[in-house]
Design a protein around this ligand. Structure first.
Ligand code: HEM
Length: 502
């Protein structure tokens, strides 16, 4: 009994010592840190998978006092950048030392789809980004405009039908689902060259896969964070937790392999990503993409492209319903530009500057990613910092996008929706890093032009034909989910939709 007690107290003493060592990582390096519980650390504060509450708390406590502050997810230290000049240096000037986004491992043998642009590290990322960048120029993206407008036409038809069917429910529609079906059809068409038909058939296979990719996993926030935090360690375990995306590997691989085979055999040409990627395969046999690499890129375009855009459109309509004057002003711009051009063209869309401000202001209030992450590839001395702060190689550095977007120093009354914040004069007065909706620097969002295009076409189509209002029964309460990597509306967005008189 005495022996057991001795062993138990030794283990406990070691555990306390170890935890104290972990939870004072920042203090030991002269970096201010938030207070953590001596035993549980931040366990009870971890309320979201993107841990935005921890980043906000750290940003609020130390902004103006130190360029970097520290916090913890379990025993893993996180650096939070509180100074926009330093954010710019990390994302742009010293990017060469911060190429990687995260430290998580991936196993290409078990999951060939994991070798995509968002995940890749160092030179592998650089080589792939160089290959893919020409695919996303405005010239290439413009070719897809007509595909997007024809899907938008179906969105209009489906919306009209659903409005008619919802008469008994006061014409209240759940728009996040409708717009998710629109973006699945757009991306399915533009990435795979496939008619997904999810607007016409909400149970279409593609829509179901897309839905499952973003729901059903991460039921327990703390367990999901645990798996992500200790992924490297868990990967070595004989029984390791499955990565949720592994369930979709065979679906995507089969789809891409079949599409590639048919296109190469029948010499089919289409203005879509698959075609542009197949071009990369052919023009350069030695350095070109393999079918698995190609499938991984198409997969990430699908994952990164559909939910970000449908959430952005849903939040925009929600804010427009809350702010009817802004909705009227935007509709007036859309109608006058469409009248001038006779129909919706790429040039007409580009002329709608107020629409551009509305999309940006929506992304400010509802950024897709709560923070941008970068990992230094060598020990990095924070420039000009009198405290001599060094960010050690491999530590996770967070630029807290959401906290910055809600900082009243950059956006007075940040909870107000004000598209004029993005007029040229206002932009010139603000720090360039005060808006990070698409990230920044060489590793920013490669699909931003395409994303903006599908968002704008969707909004133009809907706002030209319908008025959006908050339901009188107050059922439109917006809840942002905490179980997803992306900030998406948890229970959808319910609005009253009124067709406009023709
Ligand atoms: C409104 C729509 C979108 C938003 C708000 C958005 C936002 C973002 C953000 C914040 C990042 C991280 C940037 C950084 O770390 O600096 C990112 C990366 C990325 N996005 Fe998007 N995105 C959107 C649409 C798209 C679309 C349509 C595609 C593909 C067709 C796409 C593909 C990617 C890829 C591949 C990356 C990783 C880039 C790299 O690591 O080199 N995104 N996106």
């Amino acid at each position: 009994m005495g022996f057991v007690l001795i062993v138990f107290s030794l283990v406990l003493t070691w555990l306390f010592g170890y935890l104290r060592h972990c939870y004072t990582y920042w203090e030991q390096r002269g970096v201010p840190q938030v207070r953590t519980h001596f035993f549980f650390g931040n366990f009870f504060k971890l309320k979201s998978i993107h841990h935005s509450e921890l980043l906000q708390e750290t940003y609020d406590a130390f902004k103006g006092k130190s360029k970097v502050a520290g916090t913890y997810v379990y025993t893993r230290p996180l650096a939070v950048v509180t100074d926009l000049d330093l954010a710019k240096t990390i994302l742009i000037k010293d990017f060469n030392k911060f190429v990687d986004r995260m430290d998580a491992p991936f196993n290409l043998e078990k999951n060939p789809l994991a070798g995509h642009l968002f995940n890749l590290h160092g030179e592998q990322w650089r080589a792939l980004r160089t290959k893919l960048s020409p695919t996303f120029t405005s010239g290439k993206i413009k070719y897809m405009f007509s595909t997007i407008t024809s899907v938008a036409q179906q969105l209009d038809e489906t919306c009209r039908q659903e409005v008619a069917e919802s008469a008994s429910r006061g014409h209240i529609l759940e728009l996040h689902d409708l717009l998710g079906r629109y973006t699945v059809d757009v991306i399915g068409n533009c990435a795979f060259g496939i008619e997904c038909n999810s607007l016409k058939n909400p149970k279409a296979e593609f829509r179901e896969v897309a839905r499952q990719l973003f729901t059903g996993h991460n039921r327990n926030v703390r367990w999901s964070l645990f798996k992500r935090t200790y992924a490297r360690f868990l990967e070595k375990m004989p029984i390791r937790p499955r990565h949720p995306h592994e369930d979709f590997v065979s679906f995507f691989l089969r789809l891409v392999r079949d599409t590639v085979e048919v296109r190469e055999r029948e010499h089919i040409k289409r203005n879509d990503f698959m075609d542009l990627l197949l071009g990369l395969r052919k023009t350069d046999e030695k350095n070109g993409l393999t079918v698995d690499q190609l499938a991984a890129q198409v997969f990430v375009f699908f994952v990164a492209g559909f939910e970000t855009s449908s959430s952005n459109m849903s939040y925009a309509l929600y804010e427009l319903a809350k702010n009817p004057n802004i909705q009227s002003q935007l509709r007036a711009e859309i109608q006058s530009v469409l009248q001038k051009h006779g129909k919706l063209t790429y040039e007409a869309m580009m002329e709608m500057s107020y629409l551009d401000h509305v999309v940006n202001e929506t992304l400010r209030k509802y950024p897709a990613l709560a923070s941008l992450t970068r990992v230094p590839s060598e020990d990095y001395k924070v420039p000009g910092d009198e405290a001599n702060i060094v960010l050690e190689r491999g530590v996770s550095v967070h630029i807290p996008v959401r906290a910055i977007h809600y900082d009243p120093e950059y956006y007075p009354e940040p909870h107000e929706f004000r598209p004029e914040r993005f007029e040229v004069a206002a932009l010139q007065q603000r720090h360039p890093m005060a808006f990070l909706g698409f990230g920044d620097g060489p590793r920013n969002c490669i699909g931003l032009r395409f994303g903006r295009m599908q968002v704008k076409v969707g909004l133009i189509t809907l706002l030209s034909s319908y008025r959006f209002l908050l339901p009188a029964d107050g059922s439109s309460k917006l809840i942002i989910g905490n179980k997803n990597f992306l900030l998406i509306p948890d229970q959808g967005i319910r609005l009253r939709v009124e067709p406009l008189a023709v």
